[in-house]
Design a binder for this molecule. Structure first.
Ligand code: KG4
Ligand code: ZN
Length: 344
């Protein structure tokens, strides 16, 4: 079964076709990132207007890529005949951006007479682990979703059986990376990768333990990152350590907390696999440490390839395949109640 999915929750306009939930057929991602770099942060109105501008070219492009693979020049007819279902991200995200994808998907659903499956963006991130994977995750699984807007620990008993264990009480982990990168003068917008690159150049972390590891010793699965960001600000003001040391200590503090909470949950719920998802799962230190520590307790870690960590529509199509509940079009709204918490 081939599913065509659309993803427009933030500043990416993406479309993808995935076969049987596990094989990427083709994918297109357009981004309005450069416009938000100018303002040093995302302006929702600008992001939504860019979605409107990009959605038709992205759809044209995915249909063309799909038919080129089959060596046919009747793109639209070929796509219509060979795509079985449609899927779209309905939330969470920026409402103006989401609306563009949802309305485009509804229109396509009516025109092509195909069912439409609504997908939660965060659940989607988890399904990046099913695409072109060497081996598929085994249940029960623990998923750590670390993105720019969310940080969640989710127990998966099976497809559609999700239990929210905990998550951030304030800033998301990606947001903390981005704000710290800005404090260090590395980047005004989405500086997580730059911060991580700087951290990797630090040869001698003279500031080990100087920053807090928030809620590390609490029994619960709650996380908190806003205090860490404030602690970094104070540390920079003291002017004791160079930027590479601060970046390294910040990254260590974040990864210490994420790995420790994930391993604690993996042990408590006796999971067979640990899944990473979301933009911050591109972080090299997090990938390496979580894999090693999970292996020490006999748990297999699944981590998406880098191109599937940040926003795209491939994992939305995969999530749709495994959670295949087509809805009546009138029930599908941007930001409709398909959040992880609602699924519990
Ligand atoms: O999942 P995503 O693409 O968008 C959301 O759904 O939010 O995540 C974007 C986030 C940004 O905060 C970005 O700085 C962060 O992922 N990120 C990283 C790395 N690559 C992306 N953070 C730390 N290290 C990285 N290598
Ligand atoms: Zn995302």
């Amino acid at each position: 079964m081939k599913i065509l999915a659309l993803e427009t929750s933030c500043d990416e306009t993406a479309a993808a076709i995935v076969e049987d939930g596990v094989k990427e057929v083709c994918s297109v991602v357009a981004s309005s990132r450069e416009f938000h770099e100018e303002t040093g942060g995302i302006v929702p109105e600008v992001a939504a207007r860019k979605q409107v501008e990009f959605i038709i070219p992205v759809l044209d492009n995915i249909v063309k890529k799909f038919s080129d693979k089959a060596d046919t020049n009747t793109s639209i007819d070929y796509a219509r005949e060979n795509i079985d279902m449609l899927a779209v991200t309905v939330g969470p995200g920026l409402i103006g951006s989401l609306l563009v994808g949802v309305e485009a998907a509804k229109a396509l659903s009516l025109a092509w007479e195909k069912s439409l499956i609504p997908v939660n963006h965060l659940v989607g991130h988890i399904y990046a682990n099913w695409v072109d994977a060497e081996d598929l995750p085994e249940f029960p699984s623990l998923a750590l979703v670390v993105s720019g807007g969310h940080t969640d620990l989710v127990l998966m008993g099976g497809h559609g059986d999700l239990i929210y264990l905990g998550g951030t009480l304030d800033d998301a982990v990606g947001e903390a990376f981005d704000k710290t990168a800005r404090l260090l003068g590395l980047s005004k917008y989405l500086g997580g990768p730059e911060l991580s690159r700087l951290a990797s150049t630090c040869k001698d972390n003279k500031a080990i333990g100087v920053l807090p590891r928030p809620l590390l010793d609490s029994d619960k699965y709650d996380l908190s990152f806003s205090g860490l960001k404030t602690a970094v600000k104070r540390l920079i003001e003291k002017d004791i350590y160079p930027p590479d040391v601060i970046a390294c200590e910040f990254e260590n503090a974040v990864v210490d907390v994420l790995v420790s909470k994930s391993i604690k949950a993996a042990k408590e719920y006796k999971v067979k696999s640990l899944l990473l998802g979301g933009g911050v799962s591109a972080n090299l230190q997090l990938r390496t440490r979580i894999k090693n520590e999970a292996a020490n307790i006999g748990v297999k870690t699944h981590i998406p390839p880098l191109h599937l960590c940040t926003d795209n529509a491939v994992y939305i199509a995969s999530a749709a395949y495994f959670n295949n509940h087509p809805r009546n079009l009138s029930e599908i709204d941007a930001d409709s109640s398909l959040g992880i918490i609602d699924i519990v």
